[in-house]
Write a new protein. Structure first.
Length: 94
């Protein structure tokens, strides 16, 4: 038995999602059925996915590149500690 599901969705969003689904040979109903099935099987959970990468300005990008280069070369890194007190003593000595 099947049930018809009706809900409101932004027209522009619907068009974008339908276009993406079509690239995989899917219709919008196919996509929603697959999503419902995956949720039912515990394959996906509701949540917010953030795929947005921050856009860094030129100065920040330069600083990050320099820091990554130093990390790779082992420069300006604190030593490893066996206990908290050694770490505290190291910080106090700076």
């Amino acid at each position: 038995m099947t049930t018809q599901l009706v809900f409101k969705i932004d027209t522009a969003l619907k068009a974008r999602v339908a276009k993406k689904a079509k690239k995989y040979g899917l219709t919008l109903p196919d996509l929603f059925k697959m999503t419902a099935y995956a949720y039912d099987q515990g394959l996906i959970e509701p949540g917010i996915v953030q795929k947005i990468q921050p856009k860094l300005n030129a100065k920040t990008r330069r600083i990050v590149r320099q820091e990554l280069k130093e990390i790779k070369s082992g420069k300006n890194l604190s030593p490893a500690f066996d206990n908290v007190q050694d770490a505290i003593n190291h910080l106090k000595s700076l």
